[in-house]
Write a protein that binds this ligand. Structure first.
Ligand SMILES: NC(=O)c1ccc[n+]([C@@H]2O[C@H](COP(=O)([O-])OP(=O)(O)OC[C@H]3O[C@@H](n4cnc5c(N)ncnc54)[C@H](O)[C@@H]3O)[C@@H](O)[C@H]2O)c1
Ligand SMILES: N[C@H](CO)Cc1c[nH]c[nH+]1
Ligand SMILES: [Zn+2]
Length: 441
């Protein structure tokens, strides 16, 4: 892990801090052209391109007949999954649902004499959820994507996830999909899967919005297809930043850093502390634990690419550094974590206290684990029910209400030089109002 000493006046200009702050952009330039090519081909050639890429990247033979997961496969999955995992999935679905129900938004009206205004909240008709399946399978991500969509009232939730090497889709993900209310499942992933549900192909439906995390190909495909469909955010390779003081347990901190490093070679793991002794103990513990991990190769590369210890002046400085990095996950492993909450501005999710390990949030606590990465926590929020609804304004004026506002509207239309706008007001001011219709309302 790199050690970076930020105990200096111009710490914000430190080149290593800048590299970490710009971690998302560097990735984009490297992968953009191959993702754009995939998108173009799927748009032009539909199924043929999608199935070709599935063969090339995932070594599976997809056809129009087998690309959709059947009800029988889902039933079989329930036979394969251990009862304790089914219980855990039900437990998680329940907690995630309860948390997300708090995010439901109501339509509303405001009235004044002769005028009714309002906002109507409508669920999207369809949503596509991406569930990663490359280096690991993510039944927990099925829950985190599908449950808020269903709480919002989305009628058709289409899940895509890659089948790799064989046609079989991970049975845990299928069980999670059923228990979370997913309506259709297609065994396709990567940038080609995203393009397929953005444009629709002969055998894969088009959706209105695509949500969910994925690797760099998936994240970039979503970004480039924004406009053809809506997207939630850019949720790419996972990240964790831990702010720690002398009360932190080095082994716990080291394990939490590795818990995100093991997701992806491009994942980020950052320690920010003013305690040099703790920093060294965490690094020692991390390299010892790394040796024991099944996913050692991935975690090791991630630590090599982005693993960094930032040394700070004090815990308040640590919060400033965390804000610069704007991590997906921020753990505050300090004596009084709640006291620092006000100082933290940019993080996808904030885990307070020594026992709140990030992985509890990944699975069962309730808040969403689909979170902004690459520094985009400066402006994006966690995936939520609000991502699956849209709003329409409602406007009504009666004859009386019309009189209260028409003159100002007419004058503004005149100042903009838009004659038909002005006339639309004037023809009504000329009293030729369809009285009968007005009286009915
Ligand atoms: N931010 C979040 O909320 C969150 C949650 C869970 C997982 N994650 C992240 O999601 C990612 C999951 O990545 P993954 O790889 O395991 O699964 P994935 O499903 O996102 O990607 C795998 C697919 O990528 C495609 N692919 C592989 N190599 C390619 C190439 N050279 N060119 C084009 N396409 C290619 C393949 O089709 C493959 O099926 C990880 O980075 C993990 O950190 C993030
Ligand atoms: N930490 C990931 C979000 O970055 C989510 C996840 C799923 N399973 C385990 N972890
Ligand atoms: Zn995780």
């Amino acid at each position: 892990m790199k050690r970076v000493d930020l105990r200096k006046d111009d710490w914000q200009k430190d080149p290593e801090l800048s590299r970490i702050k710009n971690r998302g952009q560097g990735l984009e330039s490297k992968y953009a052209s191959s993702v754009l090519e995939i998108i173009e081909n799927v748009k032009k050639y539909g199924d043929t391109a999608v199935f070709g890429y599935a063969k090339k990247f995932d070594r599976v033979d997809l056809t129009p007949e087998n690309v959709k997961v059947s009800e029988e496969e889902i039933e079989e999955a329930f036979q394969k999954v251990e009862p304790k995992v089914i219980d855990a999935i039900k437990f998680a679905v329940d907690r995630v649902r309860k948390f997300h129900e708090k995010q439901l938004e109501n339509s509303y009206f405001v009235t004044e004499p002769g005028i009714v205004l309002g906002q109507k909240v409508t669920p999207l008709e369809s949503a596509g959820i991406y569930v990663p399946g490359g280096k690991a399978s993510y039944p927990s991500s099925v829950i985190m994507n599908a449950v808020p969509a269903k709480v919002a009232g989305v009628e058709k939730v289409v899940m895509i996830t890659p089948a790799i090497g064989t046609l079989e889709v991970n049975p845990y993900s299928l069980v999670a999909a059923k228990l979370s209310g997913v309506d259709e499942i297609y065994r396709v992933g990567g940038a080609h899967g995203i393009a397929a549900i953005a444009y629709g192909t002969e055998s894969i439906p088009k959706v209105d919005k695509i949500v969910g995390p994925g690797n760099i190909y998936v994240a970039l495909a979503k970004k480039f297809l924004f406009g053809t469909v809506d997207i939630d955010m850019v949720a790419g390779p996972s990240e964790i930043l831990v702010i720690a003081d002398e009360t932190a347990n080095p082994e716990w901190v080291a394990t939490d850093l590795l818990s995100q490093a093991e997701h992806d070679e491009l994942a980020g793991a950052f320690l920010v502390t003013h305690d040099e002794k703790l920093a060294e103990e965490v690094v020692d513990a991390l390299y010892k634990k790394l040796e024991t991990l099944k996913r050692k190769e991935i975690a090791e590369k991630s630590i090599e690419n982005f693993g960094t210890v930032f040394l700070t002046k004090d815990v308040y400085h640590s919060c400033q550094v965390a804000n610069e990095v704007a991590p997906e996950h921020l753990e505050v492993a300090t004596k009084e974590p709640f006291a620092l909450l006000d100082l933290i501005k940019h993080a996808g999710a904030i885990f307070l206290g020594h026992h709140t390990c990030e992985s509890l949030g990944d699975y069962v606590l309730g808040p969403n684990h689909v979170l902004p990465t690459g520094g985009s926590a400066r402006f994006f929020s966690p995936l939520g029910v609000y991502d699956f609804v849209k709003r329409s304004s409602i406007l009504y004026v009666s004859k009386e209400g019309f009189k209260r506002v028409s003159e100002h509207a007419r004058n503004l239309a005149e100042c903009e030089g838009l004659e038909a706008h002005r006339l639309a007001v004037e023809v009504r001011e000329a009293i030729k109002i369809p009285i009968k219709l007005e009286e009915k309302v």
